[in-house]
Design a protein around this ligand. Structure first.
Ligand code: CP
Length: 315
């Protein structure tokens, strides 16, 4: 059966650990895995964008090339997707050409339809609901800065502050629960993860020993945390800018809020940042910020993912 990576728990917790170990090895020896496509299974990968991207586009394009594959990057404006060709027909056609389809799109129903009609693995490069590749990079970054390796993810606390009702909030809750971490969401009513996401996290945490709490008090969320993460308050396409900024202003990741975290806490932001909104310059550019390591780790984490999914590293 073709396996897809549409959301964080499309892999098991054990597989997540294997992937993170492979990503760390790939970072340590960046060009030592260049011949992974000798298995003959990593030839061409379609990387499809229906929304803008810098990090995801570059990290997939470069990562696929570094693995010896051929990245074929298309966007909706310059393809028939932008002129109404169905996602199902696009899946059927791309499956005849490539070994995997990576896609950034809007609703999760859209990527689910793509996966239903594709005969090759489909990877979520950001939907409204999930950003699982980002979380592989985030966990990689946490592990390397905890200095004690992957096993230290278990029991590590992460505060996610701001808008937690969409992709980054959802993926943080699920992926960190899979890693056995303690997640504290600090978000106002209307910006908190949905009940079904929290229910799924509870199931996972019963196995991994992790936990999730949700509070509208940003100080309570951040207090003593090992990692503090946030994301933009306005995702692509949102229109209620003034209301969102008003609602989320108390959750800005600034020096005072970061001061509530553990002394050696690290700061994550998936980027792009809106400096002065969800995060201040002082925090972004401060010594606790690992946001550019985090951006780099997209490359290593996704190389590991593709190698594992289609390059023979899973056998
Ligand atoms: N973090 C992230 O997905 O960045 P891009 O939107 O630039 O791809």
């Amino acid at each position: 059966m073709t396996r897809h990576f549409l959301k964080d728990d499309d892999i098991t917790a054990a597989e997540q650990g294997d992937l993170l170990r492979l990503a760390a090895d790939m970072k340590d020896d960046r060009h030592g895995f260049d011949s992974l496509n000798q298995s003959g299974r990593l030839r061409s990968v379609a990387v499809v964008f229906e929304k803008p991207s810098t990090r995801t586009r570059l990290s997939f394009q470069i990562g696929i090339a570094e693995l010896g594959g051929n990245p074929v990057v298309i966007d909706s404006q310059s393809s028939q997707l932008g002129r109404g060709e169905s996602i199902a027909d696009t899946a059927r056609v791309l499956s005849r050409y490539v070994d995997a389809i990576v896609i950034r799109t809007f609703g999760d129903d859209r990527i689910a339809e793509l996966a239903e009609h594709a005969t090759v693995p489909v990877v979520n490069a950001l939907t409204d609901g999930w950003h699982p590749c980002q979380l592989l990079a985030d966990l990689h970054t946490i592990a390397e800065h905890r200095r004690a390796g992957l096993h230290m993810l278990r029991g590590t606390s992460i505060a996610y502050v701001g808008d937690a009702a969409f992709n980054m909030g959802n993926s943080t809750v699920i992926a960190c629960s899979m890693a056995g971490m303690h997640v504290r969401v600090g978000a106002p009513a209307g910006y908190q993860p949905a009940a079904d996401v929290l229910a799924r996290a509870a199931e996972i945490n019963a196995e991994t020993g992790g936990s999730v709490i949700v509070t509208d008090d940003p100080v309570k969320a951040v207090s003593g945390a090992d990692v503090v993460s946030t994301d933009a308050w306005l995702s692509m396409g949102m229109e209620d800018r003034e209301q969102r900024i008003t609602d989320l202003a108390p959750y800005q990741l600034n020096a005072a809020l970061l001061g509530q975290a553990a002394e050696d806490a690290i700061v994550l932001h998936c980027l792009p940042a809106h400096r002065g909104e969800e995060i201040t310059d002082a925090v972004m550019d401060g010594p606790q910020s690992k946001v550019f390591d985090q951006a780099e780790n997209r490359l290593h984490a996704q190389k590991a993912l593709l190698s594992w999914m289609i390059g023979g590293e899973r056998e």
